[in-house]
Design a protein around this ligand. Sequence first.
Ligand SMILES: [Zn+2]
Length: 150
Amino acid sequence: MPNLPGSCEHEPAVRELARTNAEAPALRAHAERCAVCRETLAVAAWMERFAALPLTTPSSLDPTSIWLRAEMLRRWDLQRKVVTPIEVGETVQAAVGIASAVALLVWLWSRLETIPASAALSSVLTIILIVGTVLIVTAATMTRELLRRR
Ligand SMILES: [Zn+2]
């Protein structure tokens, strides 16, 4: 599934990492290497610290601070509203792609009996079926992993 320029497939997981502050060495290592995830982690961590500031301190009564907090929350909500349909669309695309691949594989399997027996053709078709099955399983696993992170 291609990412938009300036985006990374690990961004939702990195945002969740910043929110939960969980131990995830592999994801943190990725964030150190990936500029997009590094920036996402820094911004999300700052947002979490900012949101955790107590409301009773004098600095929180500063109108500028209140306005900034409200503006950031408004932008965050707007971003979520924009991103949610895209994430749903990606899920639908993956499901349709996998279902189509499975249907194609089943159709190919059903057509095997109509093809005259030939050792060379049979081995090629067997390889195609095995590779197709592996690709479908891989795509399904990646899609499940993507959905689990959201
Ligand atoms: Zn990344």
